[in-house]
Design a protein. Structure first.
Length: 348
């Protein structure tokens, strides 16, 4: 009988299945905190089950969204400050879902890295779970991919997938008309767009991520990693009160390109740039990047993370509801009968 030789294992090739299993066990409590009506099964199976009837829907239409965090991840990786990027990941998906009129129901993540570092991965997924909690969305599954040779040491990538639902006939935008009022909800900073330009500006400024932030407490890296704001609960509350004709999530393309996406053909908008103060982070970026106002408005949210389009006779009530739910609300313009976005006043 030939003596059996010890062969090369999967672990020798750089993939640690035991570490992946340990990660699943670590994150189960975080996922459990996100459980909501409708969840039938979660982590550990070949798939996750969700019961729409148990979630309270009679004639549902499903809405799906997927997104990532972009090169904001580079700052998180370089600084080791990874706790907020999971919130970013969730926000980029669920803030889009509500713009269709949908309630986010569940979320799945894809986390890929060259070598799985348990502590780092746990912090990231804890952030994802927190984002799900804040938006009433269940974290019911995901994939952790350990791929040696595909990523430099310490690097990782994230993608997110969310599914929401609405009753048939509840799709947004709907009934947008000239004279509707634009309510702007304040952003919490740069959110998750334009970071390739952010990184170039920081490099040209000569500053490092661990330098003191010029406009806020803490370091420059910490300030630029402020998570994307979640608008799900206040936006849905206003929509359920019949106050909302449209919602526009201000992401890549800024105010200039995202607002027209929810306006019917033949209509446009006028925005009063004097209606709100440009946040200090954008003042710093424009000053050090030599950006003109048009570039700022097309690249960044410029302090407005979501626009709520409401009928004029409901504007005051909608603004109060949103304010009562913790949003900073600006009456920033109106829908007009001329196509395109016209700006009045100046931010910079």
């Amino acid at each position: 009988m030939t003596e059996r030789q010890n062969g090369i294992t999967y672990a020798d090739a750089g993939v640690d299945i035991d570490a992946g299993n340990a990660l699943v066990e670590r994150i189960k409590p975080a996922a459990k905190r996100t459980t909501r009506a409708g969840v039938m099964s979660g982590l550990g199976g070949f798939g996750a089950l969700f019961d729409l009837k148990a979630a309270g829907y009679d004639d549902p239409v499903l809405v799906a969204a997927t997104d990532g965090v972009g090169t904001k991840l580079r700052i998180a990786i370089d600084t080791g400050n990874v706790d907020g990027v999971g919130i970013d990941l969730v926000a980029m998906c669920v803030n889009d879902l509500v713009c269709q009129g949908a309630e986010p129901l569940f979320f799945l993540d894809y986390f890929a890295t060259g070598k799985l570092e348990l502590d780092t991965a746990t912090r990231i997924i804890e952030g994802i779970a927190k984002g799900c909690e804040l938006s009433g969305c269940a974290l019911i599954g995901g994939e952790t991919a350990e791929m040696p040779g595909m990523y430099p040491e310490g690097d990782f990538d994230l993608a997110g997938f969310s599914v929401g639902a609405m009753e048939r006939g509840g799709t947004l935008p709907a009934n947008v008309a000239a004279g509707d009022v634009l309510l702007g909800l304040a952003s919490d900073g740069v959110h998750s767009n334009g970071y390739s330009l952010v990184r170039v500006i920081v490099e040209h400024s000569g500053m490092k991520w661990d330098d003191p932030c010029p406009w806020d407490a803490g370091t420059l890296g910490e300030a630029l990693l402020t998570p994307t704001r979640l608008y799900v609960k206040p936006a849905l509350a206003a929509a359920r009160e019949g106050m909302v004709n449209a919602l526009a999530h201000i992401t890549g393309g800024g105010l200039t390109e995202n607002l027209p996406r929810v306006l019917p053909e033949g209509l446009g908008a006028t925005i009063d740039l004097n209606a709100w103060e440009l946040p200090p982070v954008f003042r710093w970026l424009t000053a050090h990047g030599g950006m003109d106002e048009a570039e700022l408005l097309k690249t960044y949210n410029a302090g407005i993370g979501m626009i709520v389009v409401v009928p004029a006779d409901k504007a005051d009530a909608a603004a109060k509801l949103l304010s009562d739910m913790g949003e900073t609300v600006y009456t920033m313009g109106t829908v007009t009968e001329e196509e395109g976005v016209a700006y009045e006043g100046s931010l910079v």
